[in-house]
Design a protein around this ligand. Sequence first.
Ligand code: AMP
Length: 582
Amino acid sequence: MVEGGVKMKEIIEKFDLEKVIEEFESLTQDAENVQKETLKRILEGNASAEYLQSLGLNGRTDPESFKACVPLVTYKDLEPYINRIVDGDFSPILTGKPITDVSLSSGTSQGKQKYIPWNDELFETTVKIYQTSFVFRNKEFPIQNGKALSFIYSSKLSQTKGGVTAGTATTNVFRNPGFKHAMNAFKSDSVSPDEVIFSPDFHQSLYCHLLCGLFFREEVSLISSTFAHSLVYAFRTFEQVWEELVFDIREGVLSNRVTHPSIRTAMSKLLKPNPELANLIHKKCIGLSDWYGLIPELFPNVKYVLGIMTGSMEHYLKKLRHYAGEVPLLTSEYGASEGWIASNVNPKVAPEFATYVVLPQIAYFEFIPLKQLDGTKVELEPVGLTHVKIGEDYEIVLTNPAGLYRYRLGDAVKVIGFHKSAPEIKFLCRSNLMLTINIDKNTENDLQISVETSSKMLAEEKMEVIDYTSYIDLSNDPGHYVIFWEISGEASDAVLYECCTCLDKSFVDAGYVSSRKVKGIGALELRLVRKGTFQKILEHYVGLGSSAAQFKTPRCIGPTNTKVLQILLENVVKNYISSAYN
Ligand code: AMP
């Protein structure tokens, strides 16, 4: 990791806003050649890998030979190779240089964590993409000085029995010595000491992040997290603990809810009694109506709120806007533990309409037209980065420098346009997360629209859906959709019953509607869960080694995700059956 740190320092020393933009324009202008070069670099660097050798590439690095020799794969296909790495086989299996670190993917989608090979090259792509997003952001929302209140949390780091270090991808980024340089250069240096970020308990971290933010409230110029979920979670927590925070500031002592010695020591260096600040925050909090505009009240110099806000994060935008008042919400980048994909170069566009430009130098990309995934096509034929068509939907396939070749990421995107010759894409959904019983096909995006439509009735009662997920119940014939909701407040049965019927009607997929009409699918069921249920789900994943920073509520619980299903089922307080199509 030291090597990455040194390279990072060099990048930062040469860091020049105009040059980064020039480089971006030139790379996107020549995306096709840049892709060829990127593939060549990856294949040459890993020519000695057993995996590539076994496929007969024989040193060829052109896209045509690559596609002819190397198959499209999913995680399952690579699992035997990755397991050998994790078990301590340091021969060149997937990469030329041995892999000594892996990222644990959050596993929120399929309920099973994946080990993804991690190396310095992936860290460098992280810096590249942060840099690109930063320069475009800074053009529109300049920050001269200042600090970031970043709700970031490292996961537990563990050693596999083969001696490989395993942490989440974000943890691998945070612990790289280059990370601090990067954050400094991108005006995103955290107000919190490292001990808070690397705390083994994310609740204690969160409390201290809030406390540090309040201490440095005048200096906070941006508020960020990896995913928007953590931002909303942080301010919901603030609503509950603000009096305790004010007490700590007044007395200059740290609440005994923070027990970890390293955090207590680090925080004690910051904490001094400050009754004036305590009074100010107290006054601001009691002066707010339903916490509207909390962010600018607490942080008067904040320029924007930043994090991934698209896809399954869109649900949290409403609440985040409520907290942010007039402060703009900016969506950041698009990527995965497997590698970065695209940057937001139009930060002024609202997250609901945001697109991301694929960076042609960070990985080799292919795109499978979604129409080919309807089951009729025997052999899939992905197209290259510059050959995608505007308006078409695709599944992303990536080849990265850390041993993934033609890897199906499982994300569906829509091509909205081009920046020079690089596609500008909109995230659609996870392509494998599907509510389906027979001929119906509803994606997580369809589910989100349905939840959004029906929750308008709750909004009229000044309530909201805190979080939601779904499940296909096949225990009776016909099977039916079950939607779990955790809501704020106490809604009447009549309202919830209407919400349930509205949920059912809002799935407009022709297969669903026709199946519902002929009773091939049973009436949709809305199950209300106790307050705090989704927090239990988050804690379940954190307990498995995920980082709270990378948490994404799984929007559809598969039958193998038994633990999460159990948490949900144990917490159901009421259920409602739709009367649509009666
Ligand atoms: P993980 O590696 O498990 O933390 O999650 C990566 C996944 O998060 C991606 O495959 C996407 O499904 C989702 N994701 C990441 N960035 C974005 C984004 N900008 N918009 C929507 N979804 C995203």
